[in-house]
Design a protein around this ligand. Structure first.
Ligand SMILES: Nc1ncnc2c1ncn2[C@@H]1O[C@H](COP(=O)(O)OP(=O)(O)OP(=O)(O)O)[C@@H](O)[C@H]1O
Ligand SMILES: [Mg+2]
Length: 292
């Protein structure tokens, strides 16, 4: 694939965004403008801008270390950007922390931290700090626990649960207060195929009732399947943004498919080939060593 392909993408993308703006289609829940975040010498997020519209599933797609989790933590107000502006529901996530968090459900990439509690105690705790109605909450809990086949773990210690079950409990905890915005950092990690399907369905239902989702993943197929719009990030920078159709069109105009573009953009094509060739070399050396 030619390198001019990549430079053409930015132009095509900005034309598409202009079309939307002219048609007055944009109603934003989240607005991220030119944000940068560094950790010492590491530039984790580098001039990133995007918007998340009402009712959409917005994907942050990028390889390990691309800056997805840092971006999410900035939106949640858990980190302060060095530069740039973020607004969530027209509020400042750092200054209006409580108001913003009231309307967000968050699934972090780390397993649950409340290890010395049972899911039951955790849900009770969430219900009390969020002032949730007991009967409604119990009904929702039963529905989610049943859907995700996690009822038997309700009173077990979180520390003793499997990774996938902890993830299910995190997903349920993020939904109890019916947030307007779900922020899901690699939410399908550790889930089996059946549970992944249920979580995808839960996400779909959430958007059907007007909620929005920010969904991070490093897997192109998952982003393609789930997200309405995707921002591909690499080294903290936005490389291409649009619907799967728009991204595919951009790729097509550039004479490639989306997978080629993703691999090329994230430099995985070269590094993967190099790693595979080194692995093969190592294996060959080991074999020749073993046969001596
Ligand atoms: N607290 C921190 N201190 C120092 N460096 C950090 C910190 N948090 C993140 N980084 C660095 O910032 C960069 C982006 O990290 P981030 O966790 O945002 O990536 P990611 O896209 O979520 O990756 P992954 O797919 O592995 O979850 C990485 O180089 C990471 O090492
Ligand atoms: Mg991450």
């Amino acid at each position: 694939m030619d390198d001019t392909v990549l430079s053409g993408l930015a132009k095509i993308e900005s034309d598409l965004i202009m079309d939307d703006k002219m048609n007055g289609k944009i109603e934003n829940l989240v607005s991220v403008k030119d944000i940068t975040k560094t950790f010492g010498p590491v530039i984790a997020v580098d001039g990133l801008s995007f918007e998340v519209k009402k009712g959409e599933i917005f994907g942050l797609l990028g390889p390990n270390g691309a800056g997805k989790t840092t971006t999410i933590k900035l939106i949640l107000g858990l980190l302060e950007p060095d530069k740039g502006d973020i607004s969530v529901f027209d509020l400042h996530p750092g200054k209006d922390e409580i108001k913003v968090k009231e309307r967000i459900g968050y699934v972090s990439e780390e397993p649950l931290i409340f290890k010395s509690m049972s899911p039951k105690q955790l849900f009770n705790f969430i219900a009390s700090i969020r002032n949730l109605k007991e009967e409604e909450t119990l009904e929702k809990l039963q529905y989610y626990l049943e859907s995700l086949e996690a009822e038997e773990y309700y009173e077990k210690l979180i520390a003793t649960l499997s990774r996938g079950t902890k993830q299910k409990i995190q997903v349920i905890a993020s939904l109890l207060h019916e947030p307007d915005l779900l922020i899901l950092d690699e939410p399908l990690t550790g889930l089996d195929a059946k549970s992944s399907k249920v979580v995808k369905e839960i996400i779909e239902l959430h958007t059907e009732r007007g909620g929005s989702v920010i969904f991070s993943t490093h897997i192109l197929e998952i982003a393609e399947e789930i997200c309405d719009r995707i921002c591909i990030i690499d080294h903290g920078k936005s490389i291409a943004m649009g619907t799967v159709e728009e991204l595919s069109k951009m790729a097509d105009k550039a004479g490639a498919n989306l997978e080629d573009i993703f691999l090329k953009l994230t430099h995985e094509d070269e590094s993967v080939n190099r790693i595979i060739s080194n692995l093969r070399k190592m294996k060959r050396n080991n074999h020749s060593g073993a046969s001596k």
